[in-house]
Design a protein around this ligand. Structure first.
Ligand code: NAP
Length: 300
């Protein structure tokens, strides 16, 4: 099947970036879009995030071959129910949500009988809203597709082809495994950043102005992650509860072991761990997932 019309529901960072990438890569695809916020719809029109901004979800999806839900994961079910009256029978319904098992369940309940293939482009920034999107967000990044067992192979090939055309590398994965992997690589790191920034701002014997003044010591890099959208991240933790709690248990045990090493002056344990983690950083750079320049390639 060929995708020539794509509808994007939610015109923030992810939705806007998809629309801009389709345009920038000159794909032969017409895009429509809808966002529940009228100010976002207005800005999306001004920035040209999609070819046509519509006034309802049902209008946006009419005749679309592919519908991509780009709303917070907790809003997926409601957004899907809203678009249902306009959905074409042949349409593929997908999404970009950061957790997958819960979203698959919400979409299946909202759109019984529809061809639903959830996906998660592992690409983003701490920015959100209609100003945040940019055309190269997905270039060289992974898009994980989590097809259901009875997925139509032609529809899966069409969705994979769409993400490849946006510059992504596609990987297929079971939804539960996706949720476990992302709990470690994304969700727990965000939780740690939220915790450390929260703890620092609650301290009594170190003032907040000192925390900010000396933030270049490491704290600053956590503040970038901890500035991520509160609605999006609240929903991620509520919908990926099981995997996050499982990984958090493991993390707490490792933290306790480090605490013990520090208390007992066990330098070898600390040195061995820090040597292993430095090698992981090297692999992240070698695989093109970050910049090798010091300080995350910032200009000074
Ligand atoms: P965003 O910039 O906040 O955009 C989401 C937009 O969807 C907002 O304008 C929001 O409007 C709108 N919306 C909410 N409910 C809606 C509904 N029922 N119908 C239509 N529009 C609705 O968020 P984002 O960063 O693009 O994230 C979107 C999705 O991508 C999330 O599921 C997230 O987990 C996933 N994701 C994010 C990243 C990242 O780094 N940000 C990376 C990968 C995947 P309101 O503001 O009025 O709610």
């Amino acid at each position: 099947m060929t995708i020539t019309r794509v509808a994007i529901i939610g015109l923030g960072l992810l939705g806007g970036s998809i629309g801009l990438a389709v345009k920038a890569r000159g794909l032969d695809i017409a895009t429509t879009g809808f966002d529940r916020d009228p100010d976002v719809r207005k800005r999306a029109g001004e920035r040209g995030l999609v070819d046509t901004v519509c006034d309802s979800a049902a209008e946006a999806v009419a005749n679309a071959d592919l519908v991509i839900l780009c709303v917070p994961v907790g809003a997926m079910g409601a957004a899907a129910r809203e678009l249902a009256p306009g959905l074409a029978p042949h349409a593929i319904v997908s999404d970009v949500g950061s957790s997958k098992a819960a979203v698959a369940e919400a979409l299946a309940a909202a759109l019984p009988g529809a061809c639903i293939i959830p996906a998660h482009p592992v690409a983003g920034t701490e920015q959100s809203g209609p100003e945040a999107g940019f055309a190269t967000l997905f270039a060289g990044r992974w898009c994980i597709i989590t097809p259901p067992e009875d997925c139509d192979p032609a529809a899966l090939a069409a969705l994979s082809g769409f993400w490849t055309a946006l510059g992504s590398k596609v990987e297929l994965m079971d939804a539960a495994h996706h949720d476990l992997v992302l709990a470690v690589t994304s969700h727990i790191p965000h939780l740690i950043a939220y915790t450390i920034v929260g703890t620092a701002s609650d301290l009594e014997d170190v003032t907040q102005s000192e925390v900010i003044k000396y933030s270049a010591g490491g704290f600053r890099d956590f503040t970038r992650i901890a500035a991520s959208d509160p609605v999006m991240w609240r929903d991620v933790f509520l919908t990926n509860r099981g995997a996050v709690l499982e990984m958090l248990g493991r993390f707490s045990e490792d933290l306790t072991a480090l605490q013990r090493a520090i208390r007992s002056g066990d330098g070898d344990t600390l040195f061995d761990l820090f040597t292993r983690t430095r090698a992981i950083r090297r692999q992240v750079i070698e695989q093109g997932q970050d910049d090798e320049r010091p300080d995350f390639g910032r200009d000074h």
